[in-house]
Ligand binder design. Structure first.
Ligand code: DHB
Length: 307
């Protein structure tokens, strides 16, 4: 029994797609609805208006992960708001991003006024839009936008965070988030503004921003686990955590949960392996739990031992 709870929703298992992964079009979202062992569907971060995104190449596979600079290509929030209200196969998480705080408020106002009762996730951490810094690295701006959101928004809503790399920053973001009735945090977004160098060609591998892009996959697992752990140690108990980053095996899913994750999402590895990855990860997770004598995720969630 791998069921897990997030906000007012019970999920059949812990696994989600990472936002941006196979969740932009109707066809992709329909594939997710048919994917076994995917417990819920996260939509591509939606903006006020549709966006084509950055120029190609904008995703590059690496032996140890991936780099991307997609630039928020999406069909615009009305499409995704409509989609989540029609999806009946699985629970949804509606991801929303803004190019400004005003955009965010406009989109969330429409979600508030809609019939959607599921979970929304405010993405405060897209690294790939030229000229737009990641909001969640600015603690004052983050508090301001959340103050505006909770003046009117009464539905379940969490936030997607970028990775933090200093313990003081964990303290600072947790102090902000603990002041608001958010349902969850999703940690981490891609490790922003990495640079991959093709030595043979003596050039970068993605087009936008001179080749700077978000890193994902195996290389970011320790960063993701540190963020899950550090936030679990600091956030109010009623704020759930979605662990995202670096999952390639069932043991990695286990590690995220051991650090405190309630759910775990998978990005880069879906692109490398296809949607069958959720079956494999579930089999590996279940085998590991059996070996260790655990029956439920709650038996080991957050139980990481220190030396
Ligand atoms: C994109 C990347 C992100 O990491 C994110 O949170 C939102 C959008 C992108 O490049 O499309």
């Amino acid at each position: 029994n791998l069921t897990t709870q997030l906000a007012n929703v019970t999920f059949d298992g812990p696994l989600l797609n990472a936002s941006g992964i196979h969740c932009q079009t109707s066809a992709e979202l329909a594939d997710l609805a048919n994917t076994s062992n995917l417990a819920g569907i996260v939509t591509k971060s939606a903006t006020l208006f549709p966006r084509k995104g950055n120029e190609n190449p904008r995703y590059h596979d690496l032996p140890y992960g991936s780099i991307n600079s997609m630039g928020l290509p999406n069909l615009g929030y009305p499409f995704y708001l409509d989609y989540v209200q029609q999806e009946k196969a699985k629970p949804t998480i509606l991801s929303v991003a803004g190019l400004s705080a005003d955009d965010v408020i406009e989109v969330l106002s429409d979600i508030q006024d809609s019939k959607y009762q599921g979970i929304t996730e405010l993405n405060l951490s897209c690294p790939n839009v030229p000229g737009k810094p990641q909001t969640a690295y600015d603690f004052v701006a983050t508090r301001k936008v959340l103050e505006r959101v909770f003046e009117f928004f009464t539905k379940p809503i969490g936030v997607k965070l970028p990775p933090y790399f200093d313990l003081v920053h964990f303290d600072q973001i947790a102090a902000v988030l603990n002041d608001f009735p958010i349902t969850h945090v999703n940690t981490v977004n891609s490790v922003g503004n990495g640079l991959v160098v093709d030595v043979a060609k003596e050039q970068v591998v993605t087009k936008a921003k001179g080749g700077f892009g978000g890193l994902g996959g195996a290389m970011i697992l320790p960063t993701a686990l540190a963020n899950v752990r550090a936030l679990r140690q600091r956030l109010n108990d009623n704020i759930a955590i979605i662990g995202t980053g670096g999952v390639t095996t069932g043991a990695d899913v286990f590690a995220h949960i051991l650090c405190g994750a309630d759910m775990v999402s998978v990005g880069t590895q879906v692109i490398k392996e296809g949607l069958g990855v959720y079956d494999r990860l579930t089999q590996e997770l279940e085998a590991l739990m059996t070996e260790k004598g655990y029956e439920r995720l709650a038996d080991f969630r957050g139980q990481l031992r220190e030396l």
